[in-house]
Ligand binder design. Structure first.
Ligand SMILES: Cc1cc2nc3c(=O)[nH]c(=O)nc-3n(C[C@H](O)[C@H](O)[C@H](O)COP(=O)(O)O)c2cc1C
Length: 217
């Protein structure tokens, strides 16, 4: 099994609830499925460029303009997307480690998505819809937030962003472990909330290792 781990949190692990969920998840994967190949991409170490005009021309114009051939410059501007798209396409599971910022994802993750979720990179697009070039079966969102959130809370623009963007490229299995209520100065049960989310991340890893661990290599 190949797992691609995209981390969009700049804080050190000891200060980051989200990264602590990732530690729990990957510790369990390593225990139960030691053959798993894990590729870690720390977006703060290797920041994605904003999608440029030339990259849009290179990836999107062939969809709309028959016969459009990407120029040398358009191809050059698409290099980050191609490199990350290759990692994505080779993965069975993608794990996103994402703190909630302004009710959504940090901009750095959105930049990565704008690059990787491009036509001809991770899927082909025509009038019949998107046809995946990837083999990703499961998407895992490890998240945390300062405030508490109920399921389908209208303020949550993080999980709908992730769900919709990845569904559009053919990934329908989204699992979430979410440490909410992490504003300790407001919520006296922050630690319990984090512990519950750590347990959820651990259980998710168990489920995935059982389901996919030996099924794919
Ligand atoms: C720039 C920024 C924006 C934030 N926006 C929100 C928000 O909209 N809603 C919320 O509940 N918490 C918000 N928070 C709080 C974080 O989601 C919370 O502290 C979370 O636990 C951070 O995860 P981390 O410790 O893993 O980095 C924000 C924090 C930062 C730094």
């Amino acid at each position: 099994m190949n797992i691609l781990h995209i981390c969009a949190d700049p804080k050190p692990t000891e200060e980051s609830a989200t990264k602590q969920l990732a530690v729990a998840f990957f510790t369990k994967i390593a225990q139960l499925s030691p053959d798993t190949n894990i590729t870690n991409v720390d977006l703060y170490e290797n920041p994605p460029p904003y999608l440029s005009y030339q990259a849009i021309r290179g990836f999107w114009y062939p969809v709309f303009i028959e016969g459009h051939q990407p120029t040398e410059l358009e191809s050059k501007e698409g290099a980050y997307a191609i490199e990350q798209g290759k990692l994505f396409n080779e993965s069975d599971v993608v794990v996103l480690t994402v703190p909630m910022w302004n009710y959504s994802a940090p901009g750095i993750l959105k930049s990565w998505m704008d690059q990787v979720l491009s036509p001809s990179v991770t899927y082909n697009l025509d009038k019949t819809g998107a046809r995946p070039l990837h083999r990703v079966k499961r998407l895992v969102l490890l998240a945390s937030s300062g405030d508490t959130f109920k399921e389908e809370d209208p303020r949550d623009s993080l999980s709908p962003l992730i769900r919709d963007a990845f569904q559009a490229v053919g990934i329908y299995e989204l699992s979430i472990a979410w440490a909410d209520g992490q504003y300790e100065f407001i919520y006296s049960d922050s630690e319990q909330r984090k512990a519950m989310a750590v347990e959820a991340a651990d259980e998710l890893a168990e489920e995935i290792a059982e389901e996919l661990g030996s099924a794919v290599s």
